[in-house]
Ligand binder design. Structure first.
Ligand code: KG4
Ligand code: ZN
Length: 354
């Protein structure tokens, strides 16, 4: 019987350092043994967004202690690691270089092979780590801070782009709208928290490309509409946007969230209808949004469609999804780990070119 493989995964593409160990057991779904995460949110908060140089330096500080923590928790040692996987892109170049450099140095020292993983493939396959894993084929709605895409997924590495944003991503729409309402970074969770006390029908905001007939998205105009509405209110109240009465801010937040979610839900359902597939997988940070989950659950239930999500704590960036994607690629024969330790990173890297 083939030996189980221990796959270490390192994520460092943006503002989270994530490390995880996954066990690959023959043809079974790989098993997550342990994972550890350090979020840099607090550090970047003072600047209202991610400062790339600070991100890189912090990844350097965190990656080895997190690796030690994961090994301890998984009751494994460095010598047990069979493959070292890392996020090769897309993401911030300097931040990616930290994970790639550490992974390749560690692998070279251990004389074990390395494997570079596509960050979005990590998100896409992260629902396989949940208690209710999907089966292929499915439609994936990938909604992260930098990407909004609908993909047809026929298997590991078999991805067809169905549609994507022509400007801002959904996560960006959350983040930018939150910023102009004076909410902190990252804006998505802050805006959705505030929206809980607001009326989603209070302001009529645009649903860009809702009826375009294709599966593309556009969110840049929405952010502008939120800004115009907020400034109008501020002028009428004679105050700054951030100083608007909290009920008004909550209404604006709820209306913004409702506009983003309506477009995402409608396009996801259209993608299922057009492909004839009956299974939807939602992945990426915006997949943590409560309203999005609620509406997708109810719309899919009405149509007898299945919808799968990553566990809430694995929606945003983490090492588990990188170790899992590497293990699933190895298992499917899509990619072999390599003993070449010269590395590069791909800050821009379309998933459908994988
Ligand atoms: O996937 P992710 O962690 O990082 C990227 O790969 O980009 O996604 C981060 C994005 C941010 O835009 C953040 O505001 C958004 O996910 N996000 C949310 C929520 N939690 C995170 N957006 C809406 N509602 C949330 N609950
Ligand atoms: Zn991500």
């Amino acid at each position: 019987m083939a030996k189980n493989l221990q796959v270490l995964g390192i994520e460092s593409s943006c503002d989270e350092t994530g490390v995880a160990l996954v066990e690959l057991r023959g043809s079974e779904l790989p098993l997550l043994l342990a994972h550890a995460l350090h979020s840099q949110i607090e550090m970047h908060q003072a600047y209202g967004g991610v400062v790339p140089e600070l991100a890189s330096r912090d990844h350097i500080r965190r990656v080895l202690p997190l690796t030690e923590k994961v090994l301890l928790e998984a009751k494994r040692t460095l010598a047990d690691i069979d493959v070292v996987a890392f996020t090769r892109g897309p993401g911030l170049a300097g931040a990616l270089l930290v994970g790639a450099g550490v992974a390749c140095a560690l692998a070279a020292a251990l004389k074990k092979p390395v494997l570079g993983v596509h960050h979005l493939e990590g998100h896409l396959l992260s629902p396989f780590l949940s208690a209710d894993p999907p089966e292929f084929p499915f439609v994936a709605l990938l909604v992260s801070g930098g990407h909004t895409q609908l993909m047809q997924v026929d298997g590991v590495g078999r991805y067809t782009l169905l549609g994507e944003t022509i400007d801002d991503a959904a996560g960006e729409a959350f983040d930018k709208s939150a910023k102009l309402l004076g909410l902190g970074y990252p804006g998505g969770p802050a805006l959705s928290r505030l929206a809980q006390n607001g009326d989603p029908a209070a302001f009529k905001l645009p649903r860009p490309l809702l009826n375009s007939g294709n599966l593309d998205f556009s969110f840049a105009g929405l952010k502008t509409a939120v800004m115009v509405q907020a400034k109008k209110l501020a002028l009428a109240q004679g105050c700054a946007v951030e100083a608007l009465p909290s009920a008004m801010l909550a209404d604006l937040a709820a209306s913004t969230q409702a506009a983003i979610v309506e477009v995402l839900v409608k396009k996801a359902l259209t993608a299922l209808f057009q492909t004839g597939l009956t299974r939807l997988v939602v992945a990426g940070g915006v997949g943590a949004n409560g309203l999005l989950r609620q509406q997708l659950n109810s719309e899919c239930a009405k149509r007898r469609l299945r919808v799968h999500y990553p566990e809430l704590h694995l929606c945003t960036d983490n090492g588990a999804m990188i170790a899992m994607a590497a293990a699933m690629r190895l298992q499917s024969g899509q990619q072999a780990a390599s003993a070449v330790y010269a590395f590069d990173v791909k800050p821009r890297w379309p998933l459908d070119l994988l």
